[in-house]
Design a protein around this ligand. Structure first.
Ligand SMILES: [Zn+2]
Length: 317
């Protein structure tokens, strides 16, 4: 009988953590989700992470050859230390070493968007390509670049911060310290803020969005903007067109940098569909250098939410 290898992966998020056991093809054999409860402290979080892996191994009855952890923040990829992760309140946490000691497994720690990029490339929509970029558009915009079958990690394992490409060098301030970043124009957060501002400035034109938000402009999110656009509201459609164009301009810059054959575009906001993606594609085609971009395909992801955990598991291979 051929012994088939399996790997453990955990996507460690600010509010929840998802653990999986996956085979070498990225097929999920078992999974468990838990709230992160970051305010209980790093020791508690790491001990519960180890507990999830132990339970899944027992459940799956498979020998596991390694553990990959996907997390936000700046990392030391050599020893798996989380240098700083704002969403967890962590500074200099020896995540990799601690889990190695607890579980007796080799542990790889990876930036979460990069792990998702690797997962989509190896086991999802990017399967079979050599050069693939993954972009996720949700509250922020993140991403990762696979080149020649290898993830571009960078010095602090943070390469692929596509959301912080400068779109307008005189633009508004971003939380990262730069101004005019892509995610200020095209993220779900940005779309919601634009909807709130536009409806407050012109309640008649923004009526459809206001009605969906119970009459309170401050409660308008990307969801209300998308729903109003679906109903044909011209203001909502205009806002999504602006966001889509910014995203298209950003993707053209990504292609100029990385020269991929495929862009996998995921995240909640990317599900808004044609009112966002149509203008995005148009702007992308208008801006991209034809020899780099004319054959690039932009496709939805296949793995969805578990992409980070699956990618982390596959990186432990
Ligand atoms: Zn920024």
């Amino acid at each position: 009988m051929v012994f088939e290898k399996a790997y453990a992966g955990i996507d460690l998020g600010g509010t929840k953590m998802l653990a999986v056991i996956a085979d070498a093809q990225g097929k999920v054999l078992a999974s468990e989700e838990q709230p992160t409860l970051a305010d209980e402290g790093a020791e508690s979080v790491m001990s519960r992470m180890a507990g999830m892996v132990r339970r899944l191994i027992a459940l799956g009855g498979r020998q596991v050859s390694g553990l990959g952890v996907a997390t936000a923040g700046t990392l030391d990829p050599e020893d798996g230390t989380v240098r700083y992760a704002g969403n967890l309140g962590w500074t200099q946490v020896p995540l990799g070493r601690t889990l190695e000691r607890e579980l007796g497994l080799k542990v790889t720690v990876e930036n979460d968007a990069n792990a998702a990029a690797y997962g989509e490339w190896k086991a999802g929509a990017g399967r079979g390509t050599r050069n693939c970029v993954f972009v996720t558009v949700s509250t922020g915009i993140g991403g990762g670049i696979v080149e020649g079958g290898r993830l571009i990690r960078g010095w602090t394992a943070s390469a692929g911060e596509i959301g912080h490409l400068t779109i307008d060098w005189n633009g508004p301030a971003c939380g990262c310290g730069n101004v005019g970043c892509l995610e200020l124009y095209a993220s779900g957060t940005a779309i919601g803020k634009a909807g709130a501002a536009a409806a407050a400035a012109d309640p008649a034109a923004g009526r459809a969005m206001l009605d969906l938000a119970g009459g309170d402009a401050a409660r308008i999110t990307s969801r209300e903007v998308a729903a109003a656009a679906e109903g044909g509201n011209p203001l909502a459609l205009k806002l999504l067109r602006n966001a889509g164009r910014a995203l298209g301009a950003g993707l053209a810059s990504v292609v100029h940098l990385a020269n991929p054959e495929l862009i996998v575009l995921g995240g909640g906001a990317s599900k808004i569909g044609a009112p966002l993606l149509g203008p995005m594609e148009e702007e992308f085609r208008r801006r991209v250098i034809p020899s780099l971009g004319e054959k690039v395909r932009i496709v939805p992801p296949e793995l969805g939410v578990p992409a980070g955990a699956i990618g982390a598991a596959l990186m432990a291979e």
